[in-house]
Ligand binder design. Structure first.
Ligand SMILES: Nc1ncnc2c1ncn2[C@@H]1O[C@H](COP(=O)(O)OP(=O)(O)OP(=O)(O)O)[C@@H](O)[C@H]1O
Length: 272
């Protein structure tokens, strides 16, 4: 069977902020109907990579190709709307372009948020807000969904439901999905391809292959045969998703100055 045509493709993508290299020579592609998950420690460049794919971040080197006419639905990590603004969900969903009431109702229903159209955005729970943001991304009937930590602020049971919902949407619409996740259970079981990023691509491929890669194991402190969610490494469990705590061992970021840990790649890029 021929591989599906890519929706987006980066080749040698490099992003620098000042003299600091945040992404180095990243090759990435997402095809229609495919779920690709980016994992990596805080500051690994995951959101920057999404922003480059979206055309919101200019590359310092390399290329980003998007299929002509591609429609992208984007769910950012944070909602860039003033929290003090009185805003209903219905109004929020129409901020980025005109939408019909029928489309709002249908899309909210699709993400399990029926009945929230008239609610104040400030009154939503974390999980409800994530569903509304997913609805916002879906309203454009995208070929590609780009989701930056879609399950943040969602409780554990809600995370499982949300990832199942994203998979159902992918199946129903045949769209590609590119997402960032800190949830290794999802990354290892609910995704077609896993990309482990730490300033560069440490390893990538089918989850069952990536979990056996020494860089992945060094970054996440797990063994090839067992994934024990209670045994997450200290940098992952204590730092929290938005803290920039102690650096993980192995697969060193291009701007790290410390020597590589036992699982570091030999071909890591030079310091930027
Ligand atoms: N516009 C910017 N200017 C300067 N530095 C930036 C900018 N955007 C991101 N960075 C830096 O680039 C690095 C990568 O940031 P990015 O948000 O892509 O990481 P991430 O892997 O998504 O992290 P997290 O898991 O914490 O969300 C960080 O050190 C960040 O401070």
């Amino acid at each position: 069977m021929l591989p599906a045509e890519p929706l987006i493709k980066t080749a040698g993508l490099t992003v620098q902020f000042g003299r600091r290299t945040v992404l180095q020579s990243v090759d990435l592609s997402v095809a229609a109907g495919e779920v690709v998950t980016l994992v990596g420690p805080n500051g690994a460049g995951k959101s920057t990579l999404l922003r480059a794919v979206l055309g919101l971040q200019r590359p310092s080197g390399g290329t980003v190709w998007r299929k002509p006419g591609l429609r992208i639905g984007y769910m950012p990590q944070r909602l860039a709307v003033d929290a003090t603004l009185p805003l209903t969900v219905r109004r929020l969903l129409s901020l980025w372009g005109p939408v019909t009431e029928a489309a709002v109702v249908e899309t909210l229903g699709e993400v399990g948020a029926a009945g929230l159209a008239g609610s104040a955005v400030q009154s939503l729970s974390g999980g409800e807000l994530q569903r509304v943001m997913l609805a916002r991304a879906l309203l454009r009937r995208p070929d590609l969904l780009v989701l930056d930590e879609p399950a943040q602020a969602v409780d554990v049971a809600g995370q499982v439901t949300l990832y199942a919902l994203i998979n159902a949407i992918r199946r129903r619409h045949g769209c590609g999905v590119l997402m960032v996740s800190h949830d290794l259970n999802h990354a290892l079981s609910g995704t077609d391809r896993l990309v482990c990023l730490n300033g560069h691509v440490c390893c990538a491929g089918r989850p069952e292959d990536v979990r056996r890669h020494p860089d992945f194991q060094a970054l996440f402190g797990i063994t090839a045969d067992a994934w024990d969610p209670l045994a997450v490494p200290a940098w992952l469990s204590s730092a929290g998703p938005h803290s920039h705590g102690a650096a993980p061992p192995g697969c060193q970021h291009s701007h790290d100055q410390t020597p590589p840990g036992p699982g570091a790649t030999k071909d890591r890029p030079t310091h930027g």
